[in-house]
Design a protein around this ligand. Structure first.
Ligand SMILES: Cc1cc2nc3c(=O)[nH]c(=O)nc-3n(C[C@H](O)[C@H](O)[C@H](O)COP(=O)(O)O)c2cc1C
Length: 191
């Protein structure tokens, strides 16, 4: 499987956690790392190019820091423009059918501050489902303000392992879809 990571961080120069998480992803075999703010600093999203990229991949990931309980703005703009009626959804809109979808999110707040679906991941998964994609739970790094550097590397390790499971088509979608967080997929594997 080929993975497309749509990454959005409006202040990447200030990033501590995502800087580590995404470091090396562009060189990862099977992954296309697409930094939306880097490509479209003026929000002039090339819809045709984005749709072409989506068509070439089997798993789509929105990767972003949670800002105001939501995605950074460019992800909303991207959805509004790229997910066209008759292409992504609607009676003839089958371009994304059967592709895997999930979010990789970092949050300043601790896990305790969030109930399942209490951040915007829920609405994004609904969007994915409308586009006939297969939504999976999010991969989440909570408590970024307090996390130590070693802790970030542990998350990075788990993120890469999950990406590899997907690339190798080893991921058990049914099992994964029942989890609260995709992070737990590996814990279950270890038992
Ligand atoms: C403008 C702004 C809004 C934020 N909103 C939230 C929020 O709603 N919930 C939350 O848990 N953290 C929030 N945070 C914290 C970020 O999610 C956190 O700083 C980020 O995930 C850390 O990743 P980074 O080191 O890659 O920047 C916000 C941060 C900023 C700058």
């Amino acid at each position: 499987m080929k993975i497309l990571i749509l990454f959005a961080h409006p202040a990447f120069h200030k990033s501590r956690v995502n800087k580590v998480l995404v470091d090396g992803l562009s060189d990862h075999k099977g992954v296309t790392f697409h930094d939306l703010y880097d490509h479209y600093p003026e929000f002039d999203i090339d819809v045709e190019h984005e749709q072409e990229l989506l068509s070439q991949h089997d798993c789509i990931i929105f990767h972003y820091p949670l800002f105001w309980y939501s995605t950074p703005a460019i992800i909303k703009e991207w959805q509004d423009l790229v997910l066209e009626h008759g292409w992504a959804y609607g009676s003839n809109g089958n371009a994304l059918k059967g592709k895997l979808f999930f979010c990789a999110i970092t949050t300043g707040g601790p896990e305790l501050a969030y109930k399942v679906g209490s951040f915007n991941n829920h609405t994004l998964n609904q969007t994915a489902a409308l586009c006939q994609m297969i939504p999976l739970p999010p991969f989440v790094v909570h408590g970024t303000h307090a996390i130590e550097n070693d802790g970030i590397l542990d998350y990075k390790n788990d993120y890469y392992k999950i990406l590899q499971e997907i690339i190798d088509e080893k991921i058990d979608k049914e099992k994964a879809s029942k989890l609260k967080y995709l992070n737990d997929y590996l814990m279950k594997e270890k038992v």
